[in-house]
Design a protein around this ligand. Sequence first.
Ligand code: SAM
Ligand code: SF4
Length: 343
Amino acid sequence: MSVAAKPVTGLRDAHGRVARDLRVSLTDRCNLRCTYCMPAAGLPWLPGPDVLTDAEVVRLVGVAVERLGVSRVRFTGGEPLLRRGLAGIVAAVAQLRTPDGAAPELMLTTNGVGLDRQAEQLRQAGLRRVNVSLDSLDRERYATLARRDRLDEVLAGLAAAAAAGLRPVKVNTVVMRGVNEADVVPLAEFCLARGFRLRFIEQMPLGPEHGWDPAVMVPATEILAQLRTRFALTEAKERGAAPAQEWLASAKGLPSGRIGVIASVTAPFCAACDRTRLTADGQLRTCLFAHTETDLRTPLREGAGDAELAALWQAAHLGKAAGHGIGRPGFHQPARTMSAIGG
Ligand code: SAM
Ligand code: SF4
């Protein structure tokens, strides 16, 4: 059947939103142990047979792109660079076309360790952009936060991503009180000087041992106040479904550029959310904070056709919650933590 002939109604929910952005976790494993994300000993990893094979990942992403109109695909994890078949998966997904005949935009969220060795190959496979997580430029603080002394490798990865044309390179920073607040201005200077787009993220209750403390989370207002000690900030108007509110930052002696703040907790953007998520073991999640998942792996392995899988995805998506409800009475963190969902 030609792509044009496939019936498509998109991924709509009961609140009038349409999902076009798919986050795919390729593994729950990681080579770092960021304190806000994983315990020092790691987590009980998914058993190998439960993890989707490369072909199964491509098949499900194909359903999302070709049948459901998903136009942006972001690979994440855990650490997606640890997935051996990553370049092959990217190359296969790059061949998919939406019902309008467009190639999906392919992106990667990574901790950057080993990116220097893979950036060029990934770009050639069809990757367009990367988001690299970097919470400190201070070597000791980085090593304490990530529980691994890998800062030099991350910096090499960032440089390689820019050299490979994976631009604009975005940098993600989670800010925590008493931990890395001192890094806010240095990180902004570092990114503006190199043309990287920095985005500060409020810490969300998705970490290990359910130990989120709202007092440790640094809210967007405080991050902006810190930035204003060094930069003139002008709010960027257009935002759409993007999680980051962006600011044009300028300061003497530096190129001006955009800095974003993702205020998921203090200024949720759920009303404009256009995301749907697939875990490494083939479970569909409509929200980071969902308490239910829809198993796509079992029907896939039992021989379900694309139309059947698309119908399951659509039915699940109809039940997407209006918002995450952090801070409301009755809120509780989902059982899966960020690294196991795919951030
Ligand atoms: N390992 C890759 C990385 O670190 O970029 C991809 C997965 S990681 C879970 C994706 C993003 O989620 C990272 O930018 C990380 O800092 C962020 N993250 C992890 N736990 C978080 C939390 N509790 N609140 C906010 N962001 C978090
Ligand atoms: Fe690994 Fe990313 Fe979690 Fe850090 S934030 S432990 S790099 S998955």
